[in-house]
Design a binder for this molecule. Structure first.
Ligand code: CP
Ligand code: NVA
Length: 292
């Protein structure tokens, strides 16, 4: 699963149903003697801990392979890593910079490959986000979500996921930092194009949930000075949200005081801890669907 539209709408619904059933303990499916390789080029708290704990709970095992630990970090090509790992493990989860590297990994691996974040996409986050919205509102019908901020990897997968789920999405991104035409087309193909708002205030006006993420993603540190001025007015703060009782979402980690204020993140509006927990349930469900 390189991005969320590798699932159909029906498959997405199945994964979300199973995530809820695993979370409640109604579904006791296990994956004994199953090993997941976890390949990381970038740091992680949630992705690493949720996949590893999830595999333990399923009766399997997860193996952390950091950039310095394996030959990949010392010049061995991904296509060789993919074929060697395929001889040992049942699935590979990878967090890589270039999305095209993930495609190479998937091409050469003969076990399922799951995207744990690339510069372009973060589909496991989308699964958890959709589960969180469904739990908070009892479904997707009549729920409106606003994305305010960078049209980054998290935003792009979420927009396509909203299309698949039939969730109404409005997006406010600064000039030059939008979702990209390709993403908007894929969201339309998945089932629904996002509405593009002219300003953050317009985007949040009718929203039940407002979602944001960092303005400077991992690997973009050198662009910080260039990017930040464009995001003036895009912070999730109580001024922006004054006329709405919308909930707030953030994939975390958050840069408090930048894209979101501490008081908003810590307020009753927040769904961020549900999102973080649901990473584990949604990913367990995905792994069961891929491997059972
Ligand atoms: N949201 C998310 O993927 O967090 P980590 O970078 O901690 O894995
Ligand atoms: N957009 C962020 C998400 C981190 C989980 C990044 O890529 O750094």
């Amino acid at each position: 699963m390189l991005d969320v539209d590798d699932l159909s709408s029906a498959q997405l619904a199945t994964v979300l149903d199973r995530a809820t059933a695993l979370k409640s303990g109604r579904d006791l499916t296990r994956l004994p003697r199953t090993t997941l390789a976890m390949l990381f080029e970038k740091p992680s708290t949630r992705t690493r801990a949720s996949f590893e704990t999830g595999m333990t709970q399923l009766g399997g095992h997860a193996m952390f392979l950091g950039p310095e630990d394996i030959q990949l970090g010392h010049g061995e090509p991904l296509k060789d890593t993919a074929r060697a790992l395929s001889g040992y493990v049942d699935a590979i989860m990878a967090r890589l910079f270039d999305h095209s590297d993930l495609e190479i990994l998937a091409e050469y691996a003969d076990v399922p490959v799951v995207n744990g974040l690339t510069d372009d996409a973060h589909p496991c986050q989308t699964l958890a986000d959709l589960q969180t919205i469904r739990e908070a509102f009892g479904g997707f019908e009549d729920v409106s979500v606003a994305w305010v901020g960078d049209g980054n990897n998290v935003a792009r997968s979420f927009a396509v996921g909203c299309g698949l789920a039939g969730l109404d999405l409005t997006v406010a991104t600064p000039e030059g930092y939008g979702l990209g035409e390709d993403c908007i087309e894929r969201a339309a193909e998945a089932g629904g194009e996002p509405t593009l708002a002219d300003s953050p205030k317009e985007a949040v006006a009718d929203a039940d949930v407002v979602y944001t993420d960092v303005w400077v993603s991992m690997g973009q540190e050198k662009l910080r000075e260039e990017k930040l001025p464009a995001f003036e007015g895009y912070q999730l703060n109580e001024d922006l949200l004054a006329d709405t009782d919308a909930k707030v979402m953030h994939c975390l980690p958050a840069h408090r005081g930048e894209e979101i204020t501490d008081d908003v993140l810590e307020s009753d509006r927040t769904l961020v801890w549900e999102q973080a927990e649901n990473r584990m349930h949604a990913q367990k469900a995905l792994l069961v669907e891929l491997l059972e």
